[in-house]
Design a protein around this ligand. Structure first.
Ligand code: MRU
Length: 352
């Protein structure tokens, strides 16, 4: 692995955040400066920053930026206004639970910190940086545990992934793509198959970009080719990320993940979900309760600027789907690989 090419989608520098503009990759590598919580909310909503753990990290910094803007010496007033910042950030994207997890953790830090407002603000910055640093370590652990739990044969695996669950989607290593990175580092990877991931093409634009940066062999396919590849014996395992996993092990991830799991089952190919515990919503008993984001119809109507359908059609654009626990071979977490029904035993380890 070439660590000099490591990608960090969220960077804290001096007194502001830099975000890699993920809407411009792979054509342009642009950084966007964020100094206000409102701008962070827009960046999350418009997917300049995206991917469940990266959204959590960005929201944590958004909470600090919002806290910084509050001018009062009154603690109750400060907390009430911080709650208003939290509300705006919570309304950006509904499915990835890391957003809500990070905001809840930041609110808890604010409420539990005693002392002057300036001290609470500094503690919030420390907390955002801790969330970011923890996620990097967590993803490295997920990658290594996942690698240990992958099939032992063949020696070099052909892994299929969907969307982008890589460095760009986390603090910097990736969940599903973290497993790929660990496999590549240990010479256990033959090749990655990446679904292009319509409608926003995170696989084609982002996963492919990350792999090319590190020299990881990658074959890009359209989403509709995945079943054929599995039928042809070209895939040893499927590894995907998640946006929210419920207590019973059902997992929401990018639209198209569910159909991959069904096809994998039909071909007896193991299907793995890689995610940190911050992606697990232990408050929800099962996947049918997960709110599924619906996005603008233009994402289906167009590819880039090109309209691909006639005027007069209706659109449906759910951004995520839910894969039932029964289709998931194992969930890779920072505490090891577990069967979906064993996930509940990790609840005490979740940090909030
Ligand atoms: O809509 P996106 O691009 O934010 O969706 C991202 C995904 O679905 C990822 O697979 C998921 O967030 C896991 S990222 C480690």
């Amino acid at each position: 692995m070439n660590l000099t090419n490591q990608v960090f989608p969220v960077i804290w520098q001096d007194d502001h955040v830099w975000l890699i503009d993920q809407n411009r990759l792979p054509g342009e590598y642009d950084l966007v400066q964020i100094s206000r919580s409102d701008d962070m909310a827009v960046a999350i909503k418009t997917m300049i920053v995206r991917g469940a753990p990266a959204i959590g990290v960005a929201a944590a910094y958004g909470m600090y930026l919002g806290a910084r803007e509050i001018i009062t010496a009154d603690r109750d007033q400060f907390l009430a206004r911080l709650e208003a910042v939290a509300k705006i950030l919570r309304e950006t994207r509904p499915t990835a639970v890391n957003l809500f997890w990070a905001i809840a953790r930041m609110m808890k830090v604010a409420r539990q910190t005693i002392g002057p407002i300036a001290h609470i603000k500094q503690t919030l910055l420390d907390a955002a940086q801790a969330i970011q640093a923890e996620d990097l370590q967590t993803c490295q652990a997920i990658g290594d545990h996942g690698l240990d739990a992958l099939p032992q044969t063949p020696a070099r695996l052909r892994l299929l992934t969907h969307c982008n669950a890589g460095a760009l989607a986390t603090a910097g290593y990736g969940t599903a793509l973290g497993v790929v990175r660990s496999a590549w580092r240990d010479d256990r990877l033959e090749r990655v198959y990446a679904d292009e991931t319509r409608p926003r093409l995170q696989g084609a634009r982002l996963t492919a970009w990350e792999c090319v940066q590190e020299g990881i062999p990658i074959t890009l396919i359209t989403d509709s080719m995945a079943a054929h590849c599995m039928q042809q014996g070209m895939v040893d395992a499927v590894v995907v990320g998640a946006d929210r996993i419920t207590a019973n092990g059902d997992a929401a991830n990018k639209i198209g993940t569910y159909s991959l799991a069904l096809v994998a089952k039909a071909h007896s190919i193991p299907f793995f979900v890689a995610a940190p515990l911050s992606t697990v919503d232990f408050a929800l008993s099962e996947g049918s309760h997960i709110p599924i984001e619906e996005r603008d119809s233009d994402e289906v109507r167009q590819i880039g600027e090109t309209v691909i359908c006639p005027v007069g059609v209706d659109f449906y654009n759910p951004a995520f789907d839910v894969t039932p626990a029964a289709l998931i071979t194992a969930i890779f977490t920072e505490h090891g690989a577990v069967k979906p029904h064993e996930l509940i035993h990790l609840k005490p380890k979740q940090v909030l």
